[in-house]
Design a protein. Structure first.
Length: 333
């Protein structure tokens, strides 16, 4: 027994004192993604930063891969206390969170995600309604890299080339596609690969990384760089009751890392884009750029729908048209 006691004491002496102390604030983090996804990788690094910068006073236990939370209902689940912190995506909610859900579509035509994030963060600072309508405390934002046209049979070089194509699309893109004679089809991404393989679809609007992550390089031959912008949105948040229970110095650490988490998520997403393009090239996918004047003309097709969205937000007493004006002004700069 004495020998065991001495051995234990020796082992304890090798362990940093701080690691033997229980954290003051044990928190759970839930994400629909795994640590192999860029979002999950950024989260894992962020968790380590928070724990280190709070000197171990905060301990965060992650639950990955939809173990606790979904992407569509993430805000509601977080507000209900399913987890203390979670990944959220109000852009996918069926209703509610109107500014957070609808404003990202106003960034049509943007091709630089860093500029999108910068403009969006200024809007969040200027308009408290973005935070107020969520009911949770946001600690991170996402911005999507532009998506393009992945096609089976031929590239898109002019807008006339869209005529007659059947394209898997997000709802926001269906109207502009129809303007130029294409049919936008909504379906789960899990059904898109076999639909491309069988010729049910002529193409899909997706980012470079989907060539690899979803194996689309196996069923498309062309990648036409006609941008479909993705705006920014709140992506990580803390349950409000839990947030209010934290002391100010701990809150300050979380808030000080909001910009870092947002930027790191984008950085890792861009790395995944590069890997996707490289994989597509290896598989023989042909890439083509689209002339700037064609890109600019295509972007104008998004304007009518976004003006209607802005008017709907105005009718709710929210600054839809004002925000739309600022986003479009920044685009023209």
């Amino acid at each position: 027994m004495k020998h065991m006691t001495k051995t234990l004491a020796a082992l304890v002496a090798l362990v940093p004192a701080g690691s033997l102390m229980a954290a003051d604030f044990n928190m759970t983090y839930a994400s629909p993604y795994t640590t192999s996804h860029p979002y999950g990788k950024a989260d894992a690094e962020w968790i380590e930063r928070i724990e280190e910068q709070t000197d171990g006073r905060v301990s965060i236990t992650p639950y990955w891969g939809r173990a606790l939370i979904t992407s569509r209902e993430g805000v509601d689940e977080l507000a209900a206390g399913i987890a203390d912190i979670s990944y959220i995506a109000p852009i996918y909610a069926r209703s509610g969170y109107d500014m957070n859900r609808l404003v990202p579509g106003m960034f049509y035509g943007y091709t630089d995600p860093e500029k999108v994030l910068s403009v969006y963060m200024d809007l969040v600072d200027d308009y408290p309604v973005f935070g107020e309508e969520l009911g949770v405390h946001v600690v991170g934002y996402n911005v999507g890299t532009p998506m393009h046209m992945l096609l089976r049979n031929g590239p898109v070089e002019t807008l006339d080339d869209l005529k007659g194509l059947r394209i898997r699309s997000a709802v926001d893109f269906i109207g502009p596609l129809a303007t130029y004679g294409a049919e936008g089809v909504t379906m789960p991404m899990t059904e898109t690969y076999p639909s491309l393989e069988k010729g049910v679809l002529d193409g899909v609007i997706a980012p470079y990384e989907a060539l690899k992550s979803l194996s689309f390089a196996e069923v498309v031959s062309y990648y036409s760089e006609l941008p479909h912008s993705r705006g920014a949105y709140p992506s990580r948040a803390v349950n409000m009751a839990k947030w209010e229970s934290l002391p100010d110095d701990i809150k300050a650490v979380f808030d000080a890392n909001t910009e870092w988490l947002s930027a790191r998520t984008l950085e890792l997403s861009i790395e995944a884009e590069a890997a996707g393009r490289a994989y597509g090239e290896e598989e023989g996918v042909v890439f083509n750029s689209v002339a700037p004047e064609v890109v600019a003309e295509y972007a104008t097709a998004f304007a009518p729908a976004m003006e209607e969205v802005a008017a709907e937000l105005d009718a709710m007493g929210k600054p839809g048209s004002e925000v739309l004006g600022k986003i479009r002004a920044a685009y023209e700069e």
